[in-house]
Ligand binder design. Structure first.
Ligand code: F6P
Length: 550
């Protein structure tokens, strides 16, 4: 595909980048800014009310040209087309990847195995609309006729992180008399702490599981079901439980009527599913109108992604920058810092999206890979994280590329809060880029009247190497439309990275081994099965746990 052995790292485009990165390592961004008055304009893109400034990266025009050549070599344009038109790009599971069809606002046909999937998608969307409105208006009530004001999403991974992130992001649009909860962890504490706050009569559970076989979700759902039945009886289940799944059979087995089931399909991956009925809680929390606006925002990013030339394409540019540091500077991390309290859960959501998609070591042609794939993603809301891991961003021995996400206007413009927040984020990206030389640090200390001895003792500690890259994504305000754009931007970025690394970004076989082993250990812990030979450490740990639990 890429060459004789299909290895992207053996291509000329890759080698050229390797060489050029050696050269770029010696360049300082602060000098490049000083030399080129147009740099900030040149390395910037806009889509609607969303701006991307990527000028604070260790790049120049030539580096970008080489990166774009790599994208061409990896056939990014063809692969984008293939995804939107339903090619079975999830090769190991032989599935199309069509989360984009869920937000295909043009309603033009999208075919999977010769069948247009849009009528089904629209039917379920209609069901989401009717149900979310009925719950919000108190028309669909609980068993005893009370309004369902506590809505609990039970799901994990993609059936939790997307909806949880979006419900929080859109908190400003929630109805005042409703509360939203998420139970994901198998840890009984997670369930107990939520149920302790609730009363069965006004609680609705949405059990979200693509497969409806996930042990955490089913165990939590069973516990919640029992809690409800203990209080209101079996007949109440129909009014307090709905399911979102691709698996009608398992939903029925669990005891939820298929009338109360919202379908989605195999062509939607778990971590790409918040646009489907997995987002039901988003529609209930923020209103169906906002749910649709979120789809509209994602659709606008889809169109941009499909049609913008590679060099002007936001997801492509972000992916290429990620590849640049990951594969040509040996950088293993990437940090995402939204400066908006409502986007608190965005980094956790992106951890699954990016690392579950691209943490792979076998390529599309069944070969082990000899280059680095997904970086480690972490982050948190600013300014909080400035007081935790930013020390390392500024003075750690290596750099960590950073995405700053900024709404120009806050939903809560109280006094000077937002201006102080904005000043901070802008200062961070400037400080990371510019740094402070030892001479500058010394001059500052001198200006403060420090002795030459004190200056010599402190100047290195007070210096900053700078040249630490960041992208800045600015919105007007975090509303549903902007959220849709932002999430779709990262989805597509992730996809392009996967295309370049020649991997399948849409399976997650790496989560299976631990699940299998847990199923073996569980009966051993419960004493129902004879203990099997594990390694010595695991054997001892099983014994220890059993002893402590006696
Ligand atoms: O962690 C593995 C995984 O399969 C994720 O990809 C998925 O989002 C999550 O488990 C939950 O799966 P399900 O929606 O089938 O319960």
């Amino acid at each position: 595909m890429f060459g004789l052995n299909g290895d992207i790292s053996k291509t000329r485009a890759w080698r050229k980048l390797g060489k050029y990165a050696q050269k770029m390592r010696k360049k300082q961004m602060r000098d490049m800014f000083a030399e080129d008055a147009k740099r900030a304009e040149r390395f910037a893109l806009q889509l609607d009310n969303m701006w991307l400034d990527y000028s604070k990266n260790i790049i120049d025009s030539k580096a970008m040209l080489y990166l774009l050549a790599l994208a061409k070599k990896a056939k990014v344009e063809e692969k984008i087309k293939g995804m939107f038109t339903g090619d079975k790009i999830n090769s190991t599971e032989k599935r199309a990847v069509l989360h984009t069809a869920l937000r295909n606002r043009s309603n033009e046909p999208v075919y999977v195995e010769g069948e247009n999937v849009m009528p089904e998608i629209n039917r379920v969307l209609g069901k989401i609309k009717d149900f979310s409105e009925a719950v919000r208006l108190g028309k669909f009530t609980g068993h005893t006729g009370k309004k369902l004001t506590n809505i609990v999403n039970i799901g994990i991974g993609g059936s939790d992180l997307g909806p949880k992130m979006a419900v929080e992001a859109l908190r400003r649009y929630h109805l005042k008399d409703m509360n939203f909860y998420f139970i994901s962890n198998i840890d009984g504490t997670a369930t107990a702490e939520v149920l302790n706050k609730l009363s069965p009569e006004n609680t609705l559970f949405i059990v979200c599981s693509k497969t409806f076989t996930t042990i955490e979700t089913l165990t939590n759902a069973r516990t919640c079901r029992k809690w409800l039945i203990d209080a209101l009886g079996e007949a109440a289940v129909a009014k307090h439980f709905v399911a979102v799944s691709t698996n009608a059979e398992e939903v029925t087995k669990f005891g939820i009527n298929v009338d109360n089931m919202f379908e989605f399909w195999d062509f939607v991956g778990g971590r790409y599913s918040m646009w489907s009925a997995i987002g039901l809680i988003i529609a209930i929390a923020a209103g169906f109108e906002n749910f649709e606006k979120m789809l509209d925002g994602a659709y606008s990013m889809d169109n941009h992604f499909k049609s913008a030339p590679l060099g002007e394409n936001m997801p492509v540019i972000l992916a290429l920058l990620s590849v640049w540091y990951n594969n040509f500077f040996g950088i293993r991390n990437h940090v995402v810092v939204p400066y908006d309290q409502y986007l608190t859960y965005l980094p956790a959501y992106l951890q699954q999206l990016i690392m579950e998609s691209n943490g792979k070591f076998v390529d599309l042609e069944n070969n082990f890979i000899n280059y680095q794939t997904s970086p480690v993603i972490f982050g948190g809301a600013g300014t909080d994280v400035q007081h935790s891991f930013f020390q390392m961003l500024h003075q750690g021995t290596s750099f960590i590329p950073c995405d700053f996400i900024i709404p120009a206007i806050s939903h809560n413009e109280i006094g000077e809060h937002h201006e102080i927040l904005l000043a901070n984020v802008l200062a961070q990206s400037e400080a990371l880029m510019r740094g402070k030389t030892i001479a500058e640090a010394a001059a500052e200390l001198r200006a403060k009247g420090k002795s030459e001895k004190e200056i010599a003792d402190l100047k290195k500690y007070k210096s900053f190497r700078g040249n630490r890259p960041s992208n800045t994504i600015i919105f007007k305000k975090i509303d549903a439309y902007a959220l849709g754009q932002l999430v779709a931007l990262y989805e597509h970025k992730t996809f392009v990275e996967g295309v370049i690394w020649n991997i399948n970004s849409f399976d997650q076989m790496g989560v299976e081994l631990g699940k299998q082993m847990a199923l073996k250990i569980l009966p051993e812990l419960q004493g129902e099965a004879a203990e099997q030979a594990h390694d010595a450490s695991t054997n001892r740990l099983i014994q220890l746990v059993k002893r402590l639990r006696k």
